[in-house]
Design a protein around this ligand. Structure first.
Ligand code: SF4
Ligand code: SF4
Length: 209
């Protein structure tokens, strides 16, 4: 069982547990669209490139921050990731989880925010409502494909953004990732302290036969 599912089980029947499950299910449901887009268009990042993460800190919704907070609290690299968050220097504009040596250069790849999933893997809506693809400016191999020839009908980024905003516990409000994740870590930590302040709560209750 993965650590996100473990956290959902522990936090079940709480608002945080429901919000966590909702965002986990949302990512699971939309990721195949981005994978299909990459497969069908052949759009690829250059090997070894991570320039987007080295020059960007995402704004995230509450539930996006929540799943990252849980990944930190329940995952295996807790102290390293917490150090990264605390050491973030906003003037350097690098995501705290950018790491050249991690898979895909991201230390929280499985829980990365929606914008990171969509970047270079999704269509946009132009000024007149037409679908377009905005190639990443760091990608030297400019992508060429005919949108009208795609066999699947891909949704534009805005649609996925609205779906994210409609999740439980979310709003259109976003916040810079480091502050949002630290706040959610505090929130989850407080709930865990309440749930397990009584040691008896960890022991199955025995009933009389
Ligand atoms: S999206 Fe652009 S900057 Fe980011 S890894 Fe791909 S090519 Fe590089
Ligand atoms: S969360 Fe991961 S994918 Fe997104 S900007 Fe940070 S390092 Fe890059």
């Amino acid at each position: 069982m993965d650590y996100i599912q473990t956290a959902i089980d522990i936090l079940q029947d709480t608002e945080v547990g429901r919000a966590l499950e909702a965002v986990r299910d949302f990512y699971d449901s939309v990721q195949p669209d981005f994978d299909s887009f990459t497969e069908e268009t052949g759009v690829k990042c250059q090997a070894g490139c991570g320039e987007c993460c080295a020059h960007f800190i995402p704004d995230v919704t509450a539930s996006e921050a929540l799943i990252i907070a849980v990944a930190i609290l329940f995952g295996k690299r807790k102290s390293e990731l917490q150090e990264r968050l605390k050491g973030v220097v906003l003037s350097r504009i690098a995501c705290p989880f950018y790491d050249f040596w991690s898979d895909h250069h991201c230390m929280i790849y499985n829980e990365r925010p929606l914008v990171c999933r969509m970047f270079n893997s999704c269509l946009s809506e132009g000024k007149n409502g037409e679908m377009e693809f905005r190639d990443c400016r760091f990608n030297g191999n400019a992508s060429h494909f005919d949108i009208s020839s795609l066999s699947s009908s891909f949704k534009p980024m805005n649609d996925y953004g609205e779906m994210l905003e409609n999740l439980e516990g979310n709003s259109a409000e976003t916040e810079l990732l480091p502050a949002a994740v630290e706040r959610e870590m505090d929130r989850v930590g407080n709930i865990l302290a309440c749930l397990f302040s009584d040691p008896a709560a960890l022991t199955p209750v025995k009933t009389e036969a």
